[in-house]
Design a protein around this ligand. Structure first.
Ligand code: CMP
Length: 146
């Protein structure tokens, strides 16, 4: 059965690596079913990482995620959650370089905070974050009418 996951290309990877990352995503058999390039508001970034609110790096993390455009993607394929996590590699790029040198974080991330990419940990979290980041699209008032 097909599964969905949420992927985010973070601000550190947007300028130089966006095209290559999108190419790898498609070459790995994912369908991109939703895609949006946006600068996250503080409010949304705080909600997105609310489960990390007690971590010492929470404020830095929110600052970083709001500092420039992100690419938000809904990826669909069989086993999407796990397959996207393995394509990204470990959160810490040093570990990624040691253990999965061809992974995207090994290639494109600079440190554990500025780690280029995000992926949901499980299907429940994926649905929750997709709702947070994409769910508002149809509920917004259409400002172009009348
Ligand atoms: P992500 O997979 O999006 O999930 C939480 C994010 O917090 C993580 O990627 C990193 O950007 C950041 N992060 C995780 N651990 C640390 C850490 N020890 N120090 C700083 N930032 C971290």
């Amino acid at each position: 059965p097909k599964e969905q996951t949420l992927a985010v290309i973070k601000p550190d990877a947007m300028e130089e690596h966006k095209e290559e990352i999108l190419g790898e995503i498609c070459a790995s058999g994912f369908s991109i079913t939703q895609l949006k390039e946006t600068v996250l508001s503080r409010d949304v970034a705080e909600k997105f990482y609310i489960h990390h609110r007690d971590k010492p790096f929470y404020i830095q993390l929110v600052d970083f995620m709001c500092r420039g455009p992100c690419m938000l993607l809904v990826l669909t394929k069989e086993n999407a959650v796990e397959d996207w996590r393995s394509l990204m590699g470990p959160s810490d790029p040093q570990l990624a370089q040691q253990t999965m040198p061809t992974s995207l974080r090994a290639r494109f991330a600079s440190d554990i905070l500025h780690n280029a990419l995000h992926g949901s940990s499980n299907q429940e979290q994926a649905q929750e974050k997709i709702q947070l980041l994409f769910g508002d699209i149809t509920s917004h008032k259409d400002l172009t009418s009348n």
